[in-house]
Design a protein around this ligand. Structure first.
Ligand code: FES
Ligand code: FES
Length: 172
């Protein structure tokens, strides 16, 4: 069948061999084929960030990427970050700061937030830190800029920002 391909996705450390329609997005592979429904489908065309996961350490919108492009890749989803019994520091901070209302955007917000702190640590420039020689500060502007691909229809932005700042300060 020329319209289907086999792909191995290592998701949260576990390899999965799947045979998928070539048009299947990475998001649909995770949600519909691996039943990992933590990653959300908000817009399905790269505008909201609800589907954000990390692939080989870099965050992407999984709705914009075909699963067959990720043969052999390492994918981390919200399910790999923590559990109800053992929340990760970022998840704890979102709870403590009330960083959500409906919660639909939250897995993507948290996946992005963790990646943002890694990006800042790795000195990867954003639009705010366009000067490549300047040290990257964990300022409010820096966090807002780096989180700008994650929309929240409930408008929980102030509390999301507070949660990320808490984790950034705790890790400083
Ligand atoms: Fe992927 Fe909105 S569902 S960006
Ligand atoms: Fe509802 Fe963000 S908490 S969309």
């Amino acid at each position: 069948d020329p319209y289907r391909s086999s792909v191995t996705l290592t998701v949260n450390g576990t390899p999965h061999r799947l045979t998928l329609d070539n048009r299947t997005t990475l998001l649909d592979a995770l949600r519909e084929h691996l039943h990992l429904t933590g990653s959300k489908k908000g817009c399905d065309h790269g505008q909201c960030g609800a589907c954000t996961c990390t692939v080989n350490g870099t965050r992407i919108n999984t709705c914009l990427s075909l699963a067959v492009m990720h043969d052999g890749d390492r994918i981390e989803t919200i399910e790999g970050l923590g559990s109800a019994q053992a929340l990760s520091p970022m998840q704890q901070a979102f709870v403590a700061r009330d960083g959500f209302q409906c919660g639909y955007c939250t897995p993507g917000q948290i996946q992005s937030a963790c990646a943002v702190l890694e990006e800042i640590r790795a000195n990867i420039p954003s639009h705010v830190t366009a000067d490549l020689t300047a040290p990257v500060q964990i300022t409010e502007a820096e966090i807002r800029e780096r989180m700008s691909g994650n929309l929240c229809r409930c408008g929980a932005y102030a509390n999301i920002l507070a949660a990320i700042r808490d984790v950034a300060e705790a890790q400083a």
